[in-house]
Structure formats: structure tokens, C-alpha cells
Design a protein around this ligand. Structure first.
Ligand code: ADP
Length: 160
């Protein structure tokens, strides 16, 4: 099966990567779809995020990296995915994730959303926490793939 894993990935964390690896073992194929949301102003450009993800997943078979605009279900259809993959870290994710899953099913009942619970040791990780730590010069090597750690350092050093 092919699962679509949509998200902002601004930037990719080891929590995301863990989900991708487990998604690959479960479903065989994972299409990582990076949201190009003109409403949000991301820290990393779309091209940077695509490059980070491509490098960080190069050891995995069955991964495709793409970008999308607009509705997730349209992206899932375009890529012939059968499932939408999302992650749950804590109860605080649940309400939001459930709302999106219901919305997507109301738009197209063909697609089921499958939730994987986060690896416990990555459950504190979010892209915004990582950026907050990096902004103040903290160590992020245990939170993000090395390519992202380097980009974070470069980004916050140049912002000084
Ligand atoms: P979005 O803006 O769509 O929420 P994110 O990049 O923040 O995009 O997250 C994409 C998906 O990955 C969401 O389902 C989120 O719950 C999940 N996720 C985020 N961080 C982690 C983590 N540390 N472990 C597992 N899943 C995570």
C-alpha cells in the first residue's frame, strides 16, 4: 500500500523520521507531501524542506518526496495513495488530528487516515520546539537529522 504523509515539516525532526520509517515497514510506500502554504511563512523555504527530507530519507526504500498546495485528499488521489498517515504525540494533538481526519473523510471517503503513536522518546519533539532551542544556541543533534541541524545553525547564525 501507499500512504501519503502530509505536513509542514518546517523542519523535519527525528519524530517525523521515525514515523516515516515505521510507515515504510507497515505500508511499503510512503509519499511525504510537504505543504506549501502561502498563508504560513515558513522558516525554511519549500526547496530547503524538500532537500532536507530527501537527504534524511535517502537510506529508505519506498519513500517519495513531493510538495502540495490545497487539499490533502486531492494530493492523495494524485499520488494514488490509499491512506493518509499522521502522527499522535499527546492528547493535545488528538482533537486537531481528529478534526482533520473527519474533514478529509467527508471530502472523500476513499481515504482512511491512519495514526501512528510517536516513539515515546520523541514525543516531546515538534518543529517549533527544535527552532526555539536552535535560536538560543542549544544542541539539536538529538532532535533532528544532521542535515537539518546544519541548516538550523546556518539559519540562526545568519539571523544574528
Ligand atoms: P502540520 O503543520 O500538518 O501539523 P507537522 O510537520 O507539524 O505538520 O506534522 C506533521 C505530522 O507529523 C502531524 O501528524 C504531527 O502530529 C506529526 N508529528 C509531528 N511531530 C512528531 C513527533 N515528534 N513524533 C511523531 N509524529 C509527529
Amino acid at each position: 500500500m501507499r500512504a501519503l504523509y502530509p505536513g509542514s515539516f518546517d523542519p523535519l525532526t527525528l519524530g517525523h523520521l521515525d514515523l516515516i520509517e515505521r510507515g515504510c515497514s507497515l505500508f511499503g510506500e510512503v509519499v511525504i507531501a510537504v505543504l506549501q502554504n502561502p498563508g504560513k511563512s515558513p522558516t525554511f523555504s519549500l526547496d530547503q524542506r524538500l532537500e532536507q527530507i530527501t537527504q534524511a530519507t535517502s537510506h529508505l526504500q519506498g519513500v517519495t518526496v513531493t510538495s502540495f498546495n490545497g487539499l490533502t485528499v486531492n494530493c492523495a488521489r494524485e499520488h494514488h495513495a490509499q491512506l493518509i498517515l499522521r502522527g499522535l504525540r499527546a492528547m493535545s494533538d488528538f482533537e486537531y488530528e481528529l478534526q482533520i481526519a473527519h474533514t478529509n473523510r467527508s471530502l472523500d471517503s476513499e481515504f482512511e487516515t491512519i495514526f501512528l503513536s510517536t516513539a515515546a522518546h520523541y514525543s516531546f519533539l515538534s518543529s517549533s520546539v527544535v527552532k526555539e532551542v536552535a535560536r538560543f544556541g542549544g544542541r539539536v543533534e538529538h532532535m533532528v537529522p544532521s542535515v537539518v541541524a546544519e541548516d538550523l545553525k546556518r539559519f540562526f547564525n545568519s539571523a544574528l
